[in-house]
Design a protein around this ligand. Structure first.
Ligand SMILES: [Zn+2]
Ligand SMILES: [Zn+2]
Length: 315
């Protein structure tokens, strides 16, 4: 199964499909328009009357279309560099395949790598994380039908939208007046709604701040919504994110899962689990962790008894 809902034709400008080869094939902004349409649709699914929440179906399409927007817009920028760069194997690229949309399009991770190495557009680690966690949510929703909470989708959407707005305005200004007007129109619309979503996220953080206050030492970033709101549970209690209400069972498993999802692949990112002295502490002590109480200094946190160690044991 392809890892994407984005049709290949979305990244190929309409004029290229079967049409005559333009004199400057690298200047054509139809993919930008496609991407903006997805962006607009994502917002429309999230926009519900005040006091209500988007239902499961609306959330699903908000995530799918936001993900599609991200992919199409990032790849559009790559095609401005050179159209062959959206092929999985640029060495096998041909103009004919490109115009027919008959090729395997590169993955999102490869797109980001090529943007950085070839187009010299670097996204911060935070931005890459925002994109990859949205992609994960999208995959889970598509293949397993898991129900994301409205809070989780809104927090993720706010992050990705914020970065797409910057990306579009800095990287994708189309030269044709009609395209530019359309992009500007959608940007206006999205900016306004982003403000609303950001306000929702801020409101909810404020709402739960009282509840979080007593748990600052063991409240960490939630892998689901990326808010600093996951209260680690004391075994056999579950860990729960007070922002998006996602829950995690089992201490050792929770530590590993948290490490993978928040810190990344241990092959590239330096983190490890150790044993804590508590009853269920085998493999539950994770380093390094930032908590509400210690947002900058790294500590080791036991995902079983919530003990915090400032000094790390020698390995
Ligand atoms: Zn959460
Ligand atoms: Zn412990």
């Amino acid at each position: 199964m392809p890892d994407s809902d984005v049709r290949l034709s979305d990244t190929v400008p309409a004029a290229r499909r079967g049409g005559p080869t333009p004199a400057r094939p690298d200047i054509d902004f139809t993919p930008v328009r496609n991407g903006m349409d997805y962006l607009r649709s994502a917002f429309q699914h999230l926009a519900v009357p005040e006091g209500t929440e988007p239902d499961g179906r609306a959330l699903k399409y908000a995530v799918l279309h936001l993900q599609a927007a991200t992919e199409v817009l990032l790849k559009a920028r790559l095609t401005h560099e050179h159209w062959s760069l959206v092929f999985t194997e640029p060495g096998t690229a041909s103009w004919q395949k490109f115009t027919a949309g008959d090729f395997e399009s590169c993955s999102l991770a490869t797109t980001l790598d090529r943007l950085e190495k070839i187009a010299r557009i670097s996204l911060t680690r935070r931005e890459r994380t925002a994109i990859s966690s949205l992609a994960k949510t999208r995959n889970v929703l598509t293949h397993y039908g898991h129900s994301a909470s409205a809070y989780q989708v809104e927090a993720q959407a706010a992050r990705v939208l914020g970065l797409l707005l910057t990306f579009v305005s800095e990287q994708l200004r189309p030269p044709q007046a009609t395209e530019a007007a359309y992009v500007e129109l959608v940007m206006e619309e999205v900016r306004g709604r982003l403000g609303t979503i950001n306000a929702l996220v801020a409101d909810r953080m404020k709402q739960i701040s009282g509840q979080l206050a007593g748990h600052a030492d063991y409240t960490v970033t939630c892998p689901g919504c990326r808010q600093l709101a996951l209260v680690v549970g004391e075994w056999p209690e579950w860990s729960i994110c007070l922002f998006c209400l996602q829950k995690f069972a089992a201490s050792q498993e929770a530590a590993l899962r948290w490490g993978w999802e928040v810190l990344g692949d241990p092959e590239y990112v330096d983190w490890y689990v150790d044993d804590c002295d508590c009853t269920e502490g085998a493999g539950s002590l994770l380093w390094p962790v930032n908590t509400v109480a210690s947002p900058v200094e790294d500590v080791a946190l036991c995902f079983s008894c919530r003990a915090v160690y400032v000094e790390v044991k020698d390995r």
